[in-house]
Design a protein around this ligand. Structure first.
Ligand code: IPM
Ligand code: MG
Length: 371
């Protein structure tokens, strides 16, 4: 991973590894590339793309969802831009394979191999799409802009697991482990990000039941001492699930462990009503990151040029911001997206009456034109 950051020169090459992946992945990645090339022309950088296979696409060629060579290619870049992986879990032959050979195993492997412990999942309501919000108008009128910070390389996902048979009874065991260092580093990222936002952190746990949550709460309290300007509150995960639909405007940064973050980020994305718009970033402790849309691979509409590329394009904007310090270029991409919405263009998933419906590729071009 090359050092990059504020000291970068103009017309620099950005080494970006792309993972088109499965389903609509290749189509949405093509549009993000288009937008990055255009942003580069305007802001003086040249994206240098190398594609790798992951997920089903890799299984079809190599028999496994991610090869070590592909990981090395990703490691040699400055950032990774991913489309989506996986197929239809009931019909695709990939899901007849043992769990460690299925598409999702590739995703878990790359998260761990690149040490991507901090997962940022913004959930915000675009004013142009406010009518898509499934909440009552008196709630959605307040608007919301939440950053879910999910720990991504620990907890239940990476604890020991096994299935055994005892006295003829099958038994499965998954373990939830966190050490204080794992909690501290994600908490620091959470507070750092809150400092650039509304300076509020809601740490979500299940401290009334779980030891790992009690340690989580204690370490988050310690980290908070270094951020006197940030307001910290603790919330139990079940209550948080409820508050997200009751009053999402109360949240700024939600800081939580891996499994809770998986579930709450899906809930938050649904509350926006436009999951096709939501980006995400997974970061390690350097400027390196993997950027991907929050949505899945939508195999039912793959190859039809109808997918919404905006979440991937906004993920590329996050990449410019977090991995390359190119804030002005990132702003320009985000503004171009807002402009395209304001101009009345929509893909099918966010379409409403009287507006102009366009396909995936046209949406990418319309955004690129507005940079
Ligand atoms: C996500 C996904 C993954 C996860 C799956 C595909 C393993 O749901 O990125 O949220 O659970 O982390
Ligand atoms: Mg998930």
């Amino acid at each position: 991973m090359r050092k990059s950051g504020a000291g970068m020169r103009k017309n620099m090459n950005l080494k970006i590894t792309c993972i088109p992946g499965d389903g609509i992945g290749p189509e949405i990645i093509a549009e993000a590339k288009k937008v990055l090339v255009k942003a580069g022309e305007k802001f003086g950088f040249v994206p240098d793309f190398t594609d790798i296979l992951m997920g089903g696409a890799s299984i079809d060629v190599h028999g496994i969802p991610l090869t070590d060579e592909a990981i090395d290619t990703a490691k040699s870049a400055d950032a990774v831009l991913m489309g989506s992986i996986g197929g239809n879990t009931s019909t695709s032959p990939w899901y007849k394979l043992p769990p460690e050979k299925r598409p999702e195993a590739g995703l878990l492997k790359i998260r761990k191999a690149l040490n991507l412990f901090a997962n940022l999942r913004p959930a915000l309501l675009y004013k142009e799409l406010a009518s898509a919000c499934p909440l009552k108008e008196e709630i959605s009128a307040a608007g919301f802009d939440i950053m879910i910070m999910r720990e991504l390389t620990g907890g239940l996902y990476f604890g020991e697991r096994k299935t055994v048979e005892e006295n003829g009874v099958r038994k499965a065991i998954d373990t939830l482990t966190y050490d204080e260092n794992e909690i501290r580093r994600i908490a620091i990222k959470g507070f750092d990000i809150a400092m650039k936002r509304k300076k509020k952190v809601t740490s979500v746990d299940k401290a009334n039941v779980l030891d790992s949550s009690r340690l989580w709460r204690a370490v988050v309290e310690e980290v908070a001492k270094d951020y006197p300007e940030v307001t910290l509150e603790h919330m139990l995960v079940d209550n948080c699930a409820m508050q997200l639909v009751k009053d999402p405007s109360q949240f700024d940064v939600i800081l939580t462990e891996n499994m809770f973050g998986d579930i709450l980020s899906d809930e938050a994305s649904m509350v926006t009503g436009s999951i096709g718009m939501l980006a995400s970033a997974s970061l390690n402790d350097t400027r390196f990151g993997l950027y991907e849309p929050s949505h899945g691979s939508a195999p039912d509409i793959a190859g039809m040029d109808v997918a919404n590329p905006i979440a991937t394009i906004l993920s590329a904007a996050m990449m410019l911001r977090y991995s390359f310090d190119l804030d002005a270029a990132a702003d320009a991409v985000e503004e171009a997206v807002k402009k395209v919405l304001a101009d009345g263009f929509r893909t099918g998933d966010i379409m409403s009456e009287g507006l102009k419906q366009v396909g995936c590729s046209e949406m990418g071009s319309l955004i690129a034109e507005r940079i």
